[in-house]
Every structure is written in structure tokens, then in C-alpha cells.
Write a protein that binds this ligand. Structure first.
Ligand code: ADP
Length: 485
């Protein structure tokens, strides 16, 4: 109940969060629109006008001595609705465009020419041609009345001093009427009211649609995850709609299949370990019982069997302990610089001596002594595990060869046996915990299924590499590589 309430609240939350973001985004958009379309509209319009007037004046300046200048002036005047005058510096017209309305009085023209001369050769200013009438505050008109019934009409006056070959220095005068933007602003404002309303409605609708589309696949994945949590590892996650959701469901599918593998391995481990424990324990018990009942008939074989089985048990317990420590990350490497070749040689000789009586031939070949920086005890354990496997699985000729080779900056230790080899399809799994190719669990071949996963862990901790070359009937070569000092 509590969980479902929490989930519902979160769903609600997601919806409203998206809604809030969308509303925020729309508000920002609308504020920008309002600012640009109402507050800044006038200054935008004026700067556009100034640029237009300047570029017209530039065009006239470039063609001031052209024989068809009058055509250009007329075109400018008509197309841009401007009055163009070309005059001497004492304000006497040389040329006046067809559109004469709005021309300035003589004195003001003279004044502007002077200002332009002082001001880098050009000057512009705004003049109000019709003074606004007073607001209608005092009258008692009914209804909504405009603030004043006549808008002032503004004009942009621009003058540029230009050098002409025919007339000497002249002034190009351009007068452009500025239409009042108030009417436009009112229209835009009404449009903005409508746009605002539409955007709010759209963001609400969009927020709900998006939230639903996002939350639905998440809900489905959550439903499957609950089934998975109960232990159904064959649960399938099917995320649709968004790349992230698809990736999440892929990851969960992988996690589910990994969990199911772990579960299978766990069951196998329980079966293996209980089998491995039960057999030596019952052997030890029956031999001990025999020795207890017939103390006078104790033989060396009986005590040897007890010793062998105890050995087998302690190997198993040690392996399980090692792998659990390595996996928990509690084992730290004790890195020292040591002579790997001599260490491998000593282990090989010791083991060779031990197994000589059973007819095993174990040899070690190497070029020169190699020093490495590694944890000697752990690397010896790796080598020992590989060697033990080779002894267990080697063929009837009972030969095992150990070879040290150098490959650039790496040293490789390879253990080769002449056994049956490993099938290609089994090779990727032999490094997994508790994996045994032979599930029938022959007692002649001892093993906990942990040896190679210990190798994998330890070499991995050293940043080295490991591998196997093997094929059915061709024996196997297990190897590991470390960096040379
Ligand atoms: P185990 O203790 O069972 O040997 P390992 O992890 O050392 O466990 O090895 C895993 C499996 O890999 C073994 O059960 C065996 O099937 C296979 N294997 C390991 N070494 C060899 C080898 N030298 N020749 C053939 N098979 C091998």
C-alpha cells in the first residue's frame, strides 16, 4: 500500500515536473516575444530606418557624378518613401526628388549641415512634425477613448557630406517619415494574448502526453522487475519508445540472464561441494571405524587413505576460501621484485619429485632468468593450479612440460599436457567458477572447479593476461603472462 502510494506520487510528480518545465519554457518564450514585439519594437524599427537611410545615402554618394544620378535619386525616393535633396553646403538645392513633402526649413538644413561637418561628415536627428494634442482627460466622452486623438508624426532627418567632381562638396539630405508603431503594437499585443492562451493549453496537453509516454514503459519495466525480484530469472523486459528505456530494458535482460547463470552455478556448487565433502568424510569415517574395531589390523594403506582424503578436503576448503576472499576484494597483493624463473623452477622440481614415483615426467625449459614485480605467493598458486590440472588431465604418456618464453616486455609461462584437450565450446566457460567439463565428476580426477577462476582473478589483479590453446585430442597449453621488470 505504502509502496503503491509512493509510486503513484512519483508518477504524479513526473507529470507535473514536465508540465512545470514546459510552462517555464513557454513563459520564457512569451516574455522574449513580448519584449521584442512591444518594448523594443520602436527602437528596432528606428535602427532599421537609420540603416536604410544610411545605405541609400551611400548608394547616392558612390554615384554622385553619374550622369543618371537623377534616376537613382527618384528610385530611392519612391521605393523607400523618402525625400532626397542634394544641396550646396550653404543649403541651396542642386537636386530635389519628386517627393517634396516633409522638406525641412532652410535654417534647419543649414544647421544640420554644420553639425555634419563637425561630426565626421554625417549627422541624423529626429524631428516631430506635428506636435501631439493634449490627452482627452478633461472631456467627458463615454466609452473607451484613445489617450490623444492625433499621434505626432516623426521624421528621420539625415545629412551626409559628399565630394562631387561637378559640384564640389555637397550635402545629401534624406528625410524619411517614421510611421507610428503604436497601432502595430496594439495589434501584436492582441495576437500575443491569443498566442499565450494557445501555448498554455498546448503545454498542458503536451505535458500530459509526454509524461504518459515516458511513465508507461517505466511502469512496465518496474512490473517485470518486481517479478524478477521474486526470483523468476526468465523475466523478459521489453522497453519501447525511447533509446534510454530500450537500453535500460536490455541491461535488465542481461542482468536477469546473469542472475539466472549465477543461480545455476550456485546449485551446481551446492551439489559439487556436498558431493566433494560427503565422499571423503564417509571414507575417513569408515576407515577410522575399521581401525577402531580392529586396532591390530591397521595397515599403512588405511592411514594413507585417511591422509589423502583429509588432504582433498583441505584443498577444497582452501580453494573455496581463496576464491571468496579474492571475490570480496579483501585480499591485497603483496608486490615484490623476485626471480620468476627460479621460483617456477623450484615449484616444478618439487612437484616433479613428488609425482616421479607415479611415472609422471615433468620438465621446465627457459632461456634466462626473468625478474618480475608481483605477489610471489599468489603467482606460485596460479602456476600450481595450472600444473595440478595438467597432472590431472594429461594423457597416458604422463608428460607435462613447462616453458618460459619472452615476448617483448612480457614473460609467458606455459604449461602443456598431452591429455584429451578441451572442446572449443567449453573453452569460454572453464574460467568460470565451479565449471567442470566433466559433469559426471570422476573421482580419479580431483578438482573443485575453482582452480582456473582463481588463476583468472589473480592474473587479473596483476594486470596480466591468461589463456589456453587446446583442441580435442591435442592436449592443452594453459599460459599466463606478466610484465618483465
Ligand atoms: P578443476 O578443479 O575441476 O580442475 P578448474 O577451474 O581448474 O577446476 O578447471 C575447470 C575445468 O577446466 C576442469 O573441470 C576441466 O574440465 C577443464 N580443464 C582444466 N585444465 C585442463 C587441462 N589441462 N586439460 C583438460 N581440461 C582441463
Amino acid at each position: 500500500m505504502v509502496i503503491s502510494m509512493k509510486i503513484n506520487m512519483n508518477k504524479f510528480h513526473l507529470k507535473w515536473k514536465i508540465f512545470a518545465y514546459l510552462i517555464g519554457f513557454c513563459t520564457l518564450l512569451l516574455i522574449i516575444l513580448w519584449l521584442f514585439q512591444t518594448v523594443f519594437l520602436n527602437s528596432f524599427y528606428l535602427s532599421i530606418k537609420v540603416n536604410e537611410v544610411k545605405s541609400n545615402a551611400d548608394a547616392i554618394e558612390k554615384n554622385i557624378d553619374h550622369e543618371d544620378l537623377s534616376d537613382l535619386v527618384e528610385a530611392v525616393s519612391e521605393n523607400s518613401d523618402m525625400v532626397v535633396e542634394i544641396m550646396t553646403l550653404d543649403a541651396h538645392d542642386i537636386y530635389l526628388s519628386g517627393q517634396k513633402k516633409g522638406a525641412l526649413p532652410y535654417r534647419e538644413k543649414l544647421d544640420m549641415i554644420k553639425k555634419a561637418q563637425l561630426d565626421n561628415g554625417e549627422h541624423y536627428e529626429y524631428t516631430t512634425l506635428n506636435a501631439p494634442l493634449k490627452p482627452l482627460n478633461d472631456n467627458n466622452f463615454a466609452g473607451k477613448v484613445p489617450p490623444d486623438y492625433k499621434q505626432p508624426s516623426q521624421s528621420l532627418m539625415y545629412v551626409k557630406i559628399v565630394e562631387s567632381k561637378t559640384n564640389g562638396t555637397v550635402a545629401v539630405f534624406i528625410n524619411s517619415v517614421i510611421s507610428p508603431v503604436n497601432a502595430t503594437i496594439t495589434t501584436l499585443r492582441y495576437q500575443l494574448y491569443v498566442i499565450t492562451a494557445i501555448m498554455i493549453i498546448l503545454s498542458v496537453a503536451l505535458a500530459f502526453i509526454i509524461a504518459k509516454r515516458i511513465s508507461k514503459p517505466i511502469e512496465e519495466i518496474n512490473k517485470s522487475a518486481k517479478v524478477l525480484a521474486k526470483g523468476s530469472y526468465d523475466t523478459q523486459f521489453s522497453g519501447k519508445g525511447f533509446l534510454e528505456i530500450c537500453e535500460l530494458s536490455d541491461t535488465l535482460n542481461t542482468a536477469a540472464s546473469e542472475l539466472s547463470k549465477v543461480e545455476v552455478l550456485r546449485r551446481e556448487l551446492m551439489a559439487n561441494i556436498s558431493h566433494d565433502l560427503r565422499t571423503p568424510l564417509s571414507l575417513i569415517y569408515s576407515y577410522a571405524e575399521m581401525m577402531h574395531d580392529f586396532p591390530s589390523e591397521i595397515t599403512a594403506e588405511q592411514t594413507q587413505t585417511i591422509m589423502d582424503e583429509t588432504q582433498r578436503l583441505s584443498t577444497l576448503v582452501n580453494d573455496v576460501l581463496d576464491i571468496s576472499k579474492l571475490e570480496a576484494g579483501t585480499q591485497q597483493l603483496n608486490i615484490t621484485e623476485y626471480n620468476l624463473t627460479q621460483s617456477i623452477k623450484a615449484t616444478t622440481e618439487r612437484i616433479a619429485e613428488l609425482i616421479k614415483k607415479d611415472g609422471y615426467k615433468l620438465s621446465f625449459t627457459y632461456d634466462k632468468d626473468i625478474t618480475v614485480s608481483a605477489d610471489e605467493v599468489k603467482i606460485t598458486q596460479v602456476f600450481y593450479n595450472l600444473l595440478l590440472n595438467a597432472i590431472n588431465y594429461t594423457g597416458i604418456d604422463r608428460t607435462i612440460t613447462v616453458c618460459q618464453s619472452i615476448d617483448g616486455s612480457k614473460v609467458r609461462i606455459a604449461v602443456t599436457d598431452s591429455g584429451e584437450g578441451i572442446a572449443k565450446e567449453d573453452i569460454p566457460y572453464i574460467w568460470d567458477r565451479y565449471y567442470k567439463v566433466d559433469k559426471r565428476h570422476k573421482r580419479a580426477i580431483t578438482g573443485t572447479g575453482l582452480g582456473l577462476s582463481i588463476v583468472k582473478k589473480i592474473i587479473g589483479l596483476h594486470g596480466g593476461e591468461y589463456g589456453v590453446e587446446s583442441g580435442m585430442g591435442n592436449g592443452s597449453t594453459f599460459w599466463f603472462e606478466l610484465m618483465i621488470n
